[in-house]
Design a protein around this ligand. Structure first.
Ligand code: 2PG
Ligand code: MG
Length: 416
């Protein structure tokens, strides 16, 4: 036993931002204690690692008692006594114990909760802030804030899920947050004027969910809000289409039914008309041809991000690299289930010229682990929803605290 050997592991359920249970795990080692809470998606990729739910009557099937039992009865005995700083060995032990390719046996939610809690405990044992423990970069990311919600995150008719603002010209992270907040509130005023108070109800990620049905209307309003604040030169737009959600039998329903070619033409037109710099999940998760086509057509000046396509999985990223699909990956630790694998996929991106955007989930908690992760990996980009709702602002507020702590050692990423 080393002096940083794991001596205790506990797990319990907490609520996520949608009011569903999720796992919180706590790991003790060398007298240090660290906890982590796991988020949960709504527009999930079918190849994501398995989120283990009870599927019984409690919580309409969403209970996590089996996942909690897996932490305490299976994982804890297997990794007790291990050096908490040896993240790779701890994660490998959990993978071996699980024994499946997609963490279906223990549950990626159970495994990730322990994986992240170990990193927090190890950082404390090492007397380091989490970002400093996780990596040697000191790069503050550009926040991509989702200010108009659609798709599966809102009760409106917008097919496209996320309409984001990205303050690429901000000189500091705090300034970026201020700009986004100001634009968010101007947008609120514009929406109130047009739709009255129902127009400013918010969706799962804190962005407004107005009764709009076209992305152009949403983007026009956002551009107007940006211009009213005088940020036209410093703030750009980004989309997450989450196109799997409007794909049926080879066609995309976006107002009317589109073929793959028509959908590509639509994105080309949007990119010509608006200052868009990034498009995520432009096609459905199995439509590799669509992703290859948009990367060929627009990839030299737009970031083409794979989320449901890659699900933070290195094998799927490899296929993307081989086939020329996308030029960026969305990094969500809970899609793959261990911190080690999430960090490896980020490294693979770096080695192959793919950008990385660290991401929250639509069902999230006030755990801000991804804020530290983004800084440590130097990804230069993070998306964590609107500048509204505690689980979203937790990430942005943590990033501002990191920036303040780093002072002159921090560099602000610029994507211009
Ligand atoms: C996405 C995410 C986060 P969800 O599609 O990128 O914004 O949504 O967590 O529902 O998959
Ligand atoms: Mg997405």
């Amino acid at each position: 036993m080393t002096d940083v050997a794991i001596t205790d592991i506990t797990a319990r359920w907490v609520l996520d931002s949608r009011g569903n249970p999720t796992i919180a795990a706590t790991v003790t080692a060398g007298g240090c204690v660290g906890s982590a809470m796991v988020p949960s998606g709504a527009s999930t990729g079918t190849r994501e690692a398995v989120e283990l739910r009870d599927n019984d009557s409690a919580f309409h099937g969403k209970g996590v008692t089996r996942a909690i039992a897996n932490v305490t009865d299976e994982i804890a005995p297997a990794i007790m006594g291990m050096d908490v700083r040896d993240q790779q060995a701890v994660d490998r032990a959990m993978l071996e114990l699980d024994g499946t390719g997609n963490k279906a046996s223990l549950g990626a939610n159970a495994i990730l909760a322990v994986s992240l809690a170990c990193a927090r405990t190890a950082a404390r044992c090492s007397s380091l802030e989490l970002y400093a423990y996780l990596g040697d970069k000191r790069v503050m990311p550009v926040p991509y804030m989702n200010v108009i919600n659609g798709g599966e995150h809102a009760g409106n008719d917008l097919a496209i899920q996320e309409h984001m603002i990205a303050p690429v010209g901000a000189q500091s992270f705090a300034r970026a947050v201020q700009m986004c907040s100001e634009v968010y509130h101007t947008l609120k005023a514009l929406l109130t004027r047009r739709y009255g108070s129902p127009g400013v109800n918010v969706g799962d990620e804190g962005g407004f969910a107005p009764p709009l049905s076209s992305t152009e209307e949403a983007l026009d309003l956002i551009v107007k809000a940006i211009e009213k604040n005088g940020y036209g030169d410093e703030m750009t737009l980004a989309l997450d289409a989450a196109a799997t959600s409007f794909y049926r039998r080879g066609r995309y329903e976006l107002g009317r039914w589109h073929t793959r070619e028509e959908l590509l033409a639509y994105y080309e037109q949007l990119a010509d008309s608006y200052p868009i710099i990034s498009v995520e999940d432009a096609f459905a998760e199995n439509d590799w041809e669509g992703f290859i086509a948009i990367t060929e057509a627009l990839g030299d000046h737009l970031q083409i991000v794979g989320d449901d396509l890659f699900v933070t999985n290195e094998a799927l990223l490899s296929r993307g690299i081989e086939r020329g699909a996308c030029n960026a990956l969305l990094l969500k630790p809970n899609q793959i289930g261990t911190l080690t694998e999430a960090m490896q996929v980020a490294q693979r991106c770096r080695d192959n010229g793919y950008r990385v955007m660290v991401s929250h989930r639509s069902g999230d908690t006030c755990d801000a682990f991804i804020a530290d992760l983004a800084v440590a990996l130097g990804t230069g980009q993070i998306k964590a929803g609107a500048p509204c709702r505690g689980e979203r602002t937790a990430k942005y507020n943590r990033l501002m605290a990191i920036e303040e702590e780093l002072g002159g050692d921090a560099t602000m990423a610029s994507l211009r």
